[in-house]
Design a protein. Structure first.
Length: 163
């Protein structure tokens, strides 16, 4: 069982993810991005602190920050939440690229021009109506820019697997 530290009453949030979990989140993002010819992300502590502060509010709605943002609540593990975002690729149309509520998590995750990631985590267990564990990931620069050209340039088809 994973253990997380929460700094209550701190001026700046201490990110609840241990270095190993940060690496796991970053590795999974980068593995999924690589399937779509998107370059690897780097972990950004400023984004992670923002995400952590927001996650601790247990408000399951977007923060409306200038960052790209993916939210997940109620998944038993961080990995399962990220895989759920990625699973939206099955509904994405490369022939008709653009934003959709059904695929927005996926497109942000693989957005080619995004280069930084930071995530935060909270155990909400129903607080403010947010179930279980709550994952917030922030991306910079933000993706999902509403233009077919931007989607065509930043959400690339999966590489064909040989073998």
């Amino acid at each position: 069982m994973k253990k997380f530290l929460i700094c209550l009453g701190c001026m700046l949030a201490f990110n609840a993810f241990a270095v190993t979990e940060q690496k796991e989140i970053l590795l999974l993002h980068n593995q999924l991005r690589a399937q779509h010819q998107a370059p690897p992300l780097i972990w950004d502590n400023q984004l992670a602190n923002f995400a952590e502060n927001y996650a601790q509010k247990c408000e399951f709605q977007h923060s409306h920050s200038s960052y790209g943002e993916n939210l997940a609540a109620g998944y038993p593990t961080v990995s399962e939440a990220i895989h759920a975002w990625y699973a939206e690729h099955k509904s994405y149309s490369y022939a008709w690229p653009g934003f959709s509520m059904r695929t927005g998590h996926f497109t942000q995750l693989v957005w080619k021009s995004t280069d930084k990631l930071g995530c935060g985590y909270a155990t909400c267990n129903g607080k403010n109506g947010t179930p279980g564990k709550y994952l917030v990931c922030e991306y910079s620069p933000a993706g999902n820019i509403s233009s077919r050209k931007y989607f065509r340039d930043n959400v690339l088809q999966e590489k064909v697997k040989v073998g």
